[in-house]
Ligand binder design. Structure first.
Ligand code: COA
Length: 330
């Protein structure tokens, strides 16, 4: 990120200009408010439900994104004629091994359609030939501007991401776990460094992530556990790791990675019965992961809202046997 500049009155920055700079922790509430305003601006026009005003969960996600990738969390600040500075837009991306993932890009409605989104992308996005393996993001299917903008840069919508919500009404919709699979649980992951240390668990999660997703993400595992998600590991009797998945009493399920697609339905079935949610479960499932979509629907889950779209330039993950954390963090 080379374009970060501080706005200093008298430094030649004209009123109305946008200056890009890395976000600070103090900027995150303003970014969350832009996220909500920019989404509600078009969701309400489409008669969709409003984004609730509880910004706690999105702020915790922003804190995590900023802690792992501070130079990729950038705000666009405008200098008013009275000298006041206002954040009009922000972008947040993460790098995980050779994957670059655009997590958030939001521009306030009054500043949209004037090149600010493209400029923020230009500041943070790696060039296709700089050694980054894949560049990816998740978009709303009802949002032609973001789909057009990212598609023009190579990140084309490839796979729908369905949000399935509900509780298990018909448990027999899921095939049981194979008889040779043993289940263990984890709710903490080491204590040093990024939270994973050199524990055997970290190695098992990393190997599954490399195999199923094409990248490792130790800091994201530590974040999930800190957020109260409960992890499960699935081994066969010879001790080989066959998969992992997270569930929680708050109802958030995922991510999940398994060694072969046939295990996905049984593992998801285990995750949505292993804990009692306070309300309903919510789970993000790629359309390519039919092994999970079909039993979830048969068990009583419902599709919530319109699909999100997973976009990328080069393929990187096997989404027939992996479920993401959310559209904001794969
Ligand atoms: C999406 C968003 C981040 C884009 O930022 P922006 O500053 O408005 O966008 P820009 O003006 O930089 O660029 C928009 C580009 O999309 C293109 N575009 C717009 N509608 C399009 C369409 N229907 N098909 C193809 N391309 C389209 C524009 O032509 C423009 O490209 P250009 O630079 O070649 O002219 C911003 O509009 C926003 O925050 N929207 C609401 C929230 C949101 O949807 N965020 C993304 C969630 S997935």
């Amino acid at each position: 990120m080379t374009t970060a500049t501080r706005i200093e009155p008298g430094d030649g920055t004209a009123a109305g200009d946008h200056v890009l700079r890395p976000a600070t922790a103090q900027d995150l509430p303003a970014c969350a408010a832009i996220w909500r305003d920019a989404l509600n601006d078009y969701l309400l026009r489409l008669a969709q439900p409003e984004i609730p005003d509880d910004l706690g969960p999105i702020l915790r996600l922003y804190g995590h994104l900023q802690s792992t990738d501070p130079e990729r969390f950038v705000v666009a600040e405008r200098l008013g004629s009275d000298g006041a500075r206002t954040i009009d837009a922000f972008i947040s991306a993460v790098a995980r091994d050779r994957l670059w993932f655009l997590s958030m890009l939001f521009v306030l409605p009054r500043a949209q359609g004037r090149g600010l989104g493209r400029r923020l992308l230009g500041a943070v996005m790696p060039k296709p030939d700089d050694g980054t393996g894949s560049r990816a993001t998740a978009t709303d299917s009802v949002q032609p501007i973001s789909n057009g903008l990212y598609g023009s840069l190579g990140m084309v919508p490839r796979v729908p991401l369905l949000r399935l919500v509900g509780r298990v009404e018909r448990p027999d919709a899921f095939a049981g776990l194979p008889s040779d699979i043993e289940v263990s649980t984890f709710d903490e992951i080491g204590a040093d460094g990024d939270g994973l240390g050199s524990s055997a668990l970290a190695g098992e999660l990393g190997a599954l992530d490399r195999d199923g997703l094409g990248f490792e993400r130790p800091a994201d595992h530590a974040f999930l556990v800190a957020e109260g998600r409960r992890g499960f590991l699935y081994h066969d009797r010879s001790g080989r790791t066959r998969g992992y998945g997270y569930t929680s009493e708050s109802g958030r399920v995922g991510p999940v990675v398994v060694a072969e697609p046939e295990l996905l339905g049984p593992v998801v079935g285990h995750l949505v019965t292993a804990v009692e949610p306070r309300g309903a479960f919510g789970i993000w499932v790629p359309g390519s992961a039919g092994e999970a979509v079909v039993p979830l629907l048969r068990a009583g889950f419902r599709i919530d809202g319109f699909p999100t779209l997973l976009c990328w330039d080069r393929p990187f993950a096997d989404y027939t046997r992996a479920l993401p954390i959310s559209p904001g963090l794969l």
